[in-house]
Design a protein around this ligand. Structure first.
Ligand SMILES: [Ca+2]
Ligand SMILES: [Ca+2]
Length: 74
């Protein structure tokens, strides 16, 4: 698993093609720790509804990768 590569790729994709209906990752990450907590996700009504599904490892936060998967869900 190339974690750092995936993280870098995810960060680029977050910038380049964030889903318009969900606020940009950087905007939701209010405290700037690189993850979207449940409280931060509640700021976006669309992401709030997807949060439980988007948080694939159930740690209560969305990484950029988890955010992207949620944002590009059909
Ligand atoms: Ca955060
Ligand atoms: Ca997570």
């Amino acid at each position: 698993m190339t974690g750092s590569f995936l993280a870098g790729t995810a960060a680029l994709l977050v910038t380049a093609c964030a889903e318009p209906s969900i606020a940009p990752f950087a905007e939701l990450d209010v405290d700037g720790n690189g993850r979207i907590s449940r409280d931060e996700a509640m700021r976006d009504v669309v992401l709030a509804g997807l949060f439980a599904e988007a948080d694939e490892n159930d740690d209560g936060e969305l990484t950029p990768f988890e955010y992207l998967r949620a944002a590009h869900r059909p």
